[in-house]
Design a protein around this ligand. Structure first.
Ligand code: GLN
Length: 186
């Protein structure tokens, strides 16, 4: 499986390492051409304003809009995908919404269909304010969604690449596999 990780800024290395650990062939995406032939794409955490600026500069904003495979956005990556930015996922997100005091924290999350809790690392995390009708909530914190699947998109307000737990990335790779086999039979 060939998975791209947007590598213009932010913590793309940690995502790449985790995906390689799970057996994926990883491509660091810095130009639109790097998206050719990818089965899936990860947009990591970092600074969403910087992402938007650099993506525009390299023509990656339109290229990502044209990309038809599954996309996994974490933290700033989730912000970039929302209604207000690339407009690919029907979500409204508020940036840096946990306030200064608790801007960064960790919490155990209950992951859908799993007994073992998932450690969520939140770093100046966004908060999901509105979700469209197709969103499926996979994990919540304090009664609010923090991990969601919306069609071919998986979005997390925390950083699953910063722990040793590979379960969220495994779910993304399952989504990629599902998408590839649905395409093959269509
Ligand atoms: N606060 C950042 C933003 O608004 C996101 C933080 C992160 O990705 N860890 O883009």
């Amino acid at each position: 499986m060939k998975i791209g990780v947007l590598a213009v800024q932010g913590n793309f290395r940690e995502h790449a390492a985790m995906l390689r650990r799970l057996g994926a062939d990883v491509v660091e995406v810095r130009t639109p051409g790097h998206l050719d032939g990818l089965d899936g794409l990860v947009i990591p955490g970092g600074e969403s304003t910087t992402f938007m600026r650099l993506m525009r500069l390299y023509g990656l904003d339109d290229a990502v809009r044209r990309f038809t495979g599954p996309v996994f956005g974490t933290c700033a990556g989730m912000i970039v995908l929302d209604r207000e930015h690339l407009g690919l996922v029907d979500l409204a997100v508020e940036r840096n919404a946990y306030g200064r005091q608790v801007a960064s924290f960790e919490a155990d999350l209950e992951l859908e269909d799993e007994e073992e809790p998932l450690r969520g690392v939140f770093i100046r995390a966004p908060r999901v304010r509105e979700v469209g009708p197709d969103a499926e909530v996979l994990a919540e914190y304090d009664g609010e969604p923090v991990l969601l699947r919306v069609g071919r998109f998986l979005v997390a307000s925390f950083h699953p690449e910063l722990t040793d737990d590979t379960r969220v990335h495994e779910r993304f790779l399952e989504l990629v596999r599902e998408h590839a086999s649905a395409g093959a039979t269509a």
